[in-house]
Ligand binder design. Structure first.
Ligand code: CO
Length: 300
């Protein structure tokens, strides 16, 4: 290469560099000149939920977003849904939601250095385990200086105790002591489903007319019905024990179909009053998740 060609090459590179820094939109991608020009904070909180396509669920998500933003004003709060089905449904409606992998890749790309991934699941079941694998992958890649996964709602004994307190605090005022309160959890074949039995037991110790059943695990609806009948319950308040009052609450709990809990309990002579609010609509529950983010923050 002659000297003049070399000089032309260097000049051309400088021009490209200058255009790159001036052109709008191009500067954002450059981690090298991140600090001054791109004022995105380096701490990110990724909130990860199963997701829901129901508009009724948005109240829960908005409440969490508000509480987390208020508690950690210096962090950038992002969302990801673990459910492929829900993401595909929302994408059809023009609402794009990231998977945890995609959301973390974005955070890495944008130059975040410290990230808390907060599970908004109720138990550390299969969904949580998948999330843990994803987080461990990003850890292994050293994508961030620090990445910590926050616990779902119930992991420690203190969590279960806090959940019991939260539940007893959200019972509708009009409920009389002789009325039952029935919580409908999701349930799963994953071993972590045992938390539902543990919680049901703790609730029974507090108030023998509070019952907990699950849609897809143990304890099931039939057991709850037997328990209520043994105590001659005549009226029951049905409440979802899921972060959102989504499809399960609408159909399996309070639906008009003959196999909903409301229909089956009513058929057994128990008057049902559904309460259509997800746990994440109540500050007492969101406070537990926020506490878990705070613990995770200490790790980063
Ligand atoms: Co389900």
């Amino acid at each position: 290469m002659t000297r003049s060609k070399w000089v032309i090459g260097v000049v051309a590179l400088c021009v490209f560099w200058a255009i790159g820094t001036i052109a709008p939109g191009m500067a954002v991608g450059g981690a090298a000149h991140g600090g001054e020009e791109h004022k995105s904070p380096k701490v990110g909180i990724l909130l990860v939920a199963f997701g829901s396509s129901e508009t009724s669920a948005q109240v829960s998500f908005e409440n969490i977003q508000r509480k987390v933003t208020a508690a950690f004003p210096a962090a950038d709060v992002r969302w990801a849904y673990t459910s492929h089905v829900i993401r595909a449904k929302l994408a059809d409606r023009g609402k794009a939601l990231d998977s945890p992998t995609l959301a973390l890749a974005r955070l890495q790309d944008e130059g975040f250095t410290r990230v808390v991934v907060q599970s908004l699941h109720t138990i550390a079941g299969a969904e949580y385990q998948d999330l843990e694998r994803t987080v461990n992958g990003f850890k292994a890649m050293e994508a961030f200086q620090k990445i910590v996964l926050g616990d779902p709602l119930m992991v420690t004994r203190a969590d279960v105790a806090a959940v019991v307190t939260a539940i007893t605090g959200i019972i509708p005022k009009e409920r009389k002591q002789s009325d039952a309160v029935v919580l409908m959890g999701h349930g799963t074949c994953h071993p972590a489903s045992a938390y539902y039995s543990a919680l049901a037991f703790q609730l029974q110790l507090k108030d023998a007319n509070i019952f907990l059943g699950t849609v897809e695990g143990f304890p099931d609806m039939a057991l709850v019905q037997n328990q209520m009948q043994a105590r001659h319950i005549q009226k029951a308040f049905l409440m979802p024990f899921m972060s959102v009052a989504g499809e399960h609450a609408k159909n399996d709990m309070a639906g008009d179909d003959s196999d909903s809990w409301k229909s089956l309990f009513s058929k057994a002579g128990i008057e049902c009053v559904p309460v259509m609010k997800g746990t994440a609509e109540y500050d007492a529950f969101v406070g537990i998740w926020v506490g878990h983010i705070r613990s995770a923050m200490e790790g980063i």
